[in-house]
Every structure is written in structure tokens, then in C-alpha cells.
Ligand binder design. Structure first.
Ligand code: URA
Length: 276
């Protein structure tokens, strides 16, 4: 989608171009040239060793995110800020202070987490939508209501589960976050999991699953299987399952049957983890 001189010269065409690019709100009276600002911190991809041979199911190993030295003028990198956070509250403050992800410029609020940070069950979704952006809480829109019902079906709610996302800011127009945006937030998400240190992780939707399992397969292949999520901040790997995103289930109700199966697995795993 190239921005041509003739598009720029035609206000209606220019507006259409912005809408096609996912812009759904105006944020200021004058445009901001972000290319003229200080350099953004470099994207940090979490390297993955892929899958370690193990008796099935396969065990993904997530290696440490190498903290790059902060570059001059860019402020601290996400990796450094995340590593310095020793509590969930400190991590929240670090995320709120972080300006390295461009999505923050377009969002009304930082959406960090909801629920009980001492819970044994931690859910990681994708990115805030419109309602989440307005309220500053994850999963409080239509799909959040279904997620609450899914949790209730296995005897949980936000007092016994902890909910976050791989992205802390709403992408404009609910577009898919770019790989760079995801990797910029990843050190915070990994630290978040290490600080909460749950007994069981549930990745909600394909983006959370493929990002945190460092596995490019789609959600249809990743869901319903147990993985072990490891990171250097965790004393031991955490059993992790992926399931369909409630927004997808709202569009495709027959798949609720499979999501129900996944939730029963989670319930079973929580029970067995409690007995050891
Ligand atoms: N979808 C998500 O993945 N997360 C939210 O917080 C809301 C909708």
C-alpha cells in the first residue's frame, strides 16, 4: 500500500489510505514525524532453541532474551527495564514508562493485567481491543465476557486467575501487531510470567501461542497440547497449553467443543500440580 504524491494531494484518497492502513482515530491536531525523533530501541527477538527432544509432547525451550545495551537517546530497552523489575508492580511501572513500542502513541491506556497476581493459573492473550484500551484492563470487551464464562466453566474467575496479553497497547484499528512490535514487548511478557510464576499457563489465541512457544505453527495445531514454558527467571518450566481465542469462538461456535476440552485439561493439570 504505497502512499503516492497523487494520494497525498487528494484529501479523500488520503483519508481512505489512512483507513486502509488501520487508522481509526485521530490523536492530535498536527502530524508527528516519528522518523525525525530519537532512534527506537532495536527489536529484540527472543532466540529459541526450538524443540528439545523429549518424550511427547515436545518441550519448547525459551532461551534468555539477551539484554542489549541501551542505545544513546533511546532510553532503557525493554530487556533492561524488565530485568530490573523485581515485583509485578515494578514491572507494571516499567511497562508504563516504556516508550519504545510505537503502539503506545496511538493507545489511550496501557493495558497491563487483571486478576490475581498470586493465582496458580495465568492466561496470556493477544492485544487490547477498543474496550480494553478505554478501561485499561485486558479482556473486558465482548470476547472477554466469553473468556470469563470459559473460566467459570472450570471454576475460576479473576480472583483465582491472572490475565495479561503479549501486547500492552491496542494496535490502531485492531490490526495485527507487527513482528517488531511483538518482539519489543516480549521481554516484559517473559518477565511477567517469571514474576507471577504460575502453576499453569494458558495462551489464548494464535499470537500468544506462537510467540511464547516460539513456534510458528497455527493455533489449530498448537492448541490442546501440553508444552513446557521455560525462561531463566523461572525455577522450573511451567506447563503451558494454547487454546482458541474467544473472539474466534464467537465467530465459530462449533469450535467451542475443542476449547472446552482444552479447559478441562487445564483444570486437570491444576489439580495434579496442587497435589505434588
Ligand atoms: N483480545 C485479547 O487478546 N486481549 C484482550 O485484552 C482483549 C481482546
Amino acid at each position: 500500500m504505497t502512499l503516492t504524491d497523487s494520494t497525498i494531494a487528494d484529501p479523500a484518497a488520503l483519508l481512505r489510505w489512512y483507513v486502509d492502513a488501520g487508522v481509526d482515530e485521530t490523536m492530535g491536531e498536527v502530524p508527528v514525524d516519528r522518523f525525525a525523533g530519537p532512534a527506537q530501541p532495536p527489536a529484540i527477538m527472543t532466540p529459541s532453541a526450538g524443540f528439545v527432544a523429549a518424550s511427547p509432547p515436545a518441550v519448547p525451550v525459551i532461551l534468555p532474551t539477551a539484554p542489549a545495551a541501551p542505545s544513546v537517546g533511546s532510553g532503557a530497552t525493554a530487556a533492561h527495564l524488565a530485568a530490573a523489575a523485581m515485583t509485578v508492580d515494578e514491572l507494571r511501572a516499567a511497562v508504563e514508562s516504556y516508550d519504545g513500542c510505537g503502539l503506545k502513541q496511538f493507545a489511550s491506556r496501557t493495558v497491563f493485567a487483571d486478576g490475581n497476581p498470586n493465582a496458580r493459573l495465568m492466561l496470556v492473550g493477544e492485544a487490547p481491543g477498543e474496550e480494553e484500551d478505554r478501561r485499561g484492563l485486558p479482556f473486558v470487551g465482548v470476547s472477554g465476557k466469553l473468556l470469563d464464562r470459559m473460566l467459570a466453566a472450570i471454576g475460576h474467575d479473576r480472583t483465582t486467575a491472572y490475565i495479561t496479553n503479549v501486547m500492552f497497547w491496542r494496535p490502531p484499528g485492531n490490526r495485527k501487531p507487527t513482528a517488531e512490535e511483538v518482539s519489543l514487548c516480549l521481554p516484559f511478557v517473559e518477565r511477567h510470567i517469571a514474576l507471577v510464576d504460575p502453576d499453569v499457563l494458558l495462551f489464548v489465541g494464535g499470537l500468544a501461542a506462537s510467540t511464547l512457544l516460539a513456534n510458528p505453527q497455527g493455533i489449530t495445531r498448537l492448541r490442546g497440547r501440553w508444552f513446557e514454558f521455560a525462561n531463566p527467571g523461572l525455577a522450573r518450566p511451567v506447563p503451558a497449553m494454547a487454546t482458541f481465542h474467544p473472539a474466534y469462538l464467537l465467530r465459530t461456535p462449533p469450535q467451542k467443543r475443542l476449547a472446552w476440552r482444552d479447559l478441562l485439561e487445564v483444570k486437570k493439570k491444576l489439580k495434579s500440580a496442587a497435589s505434588v
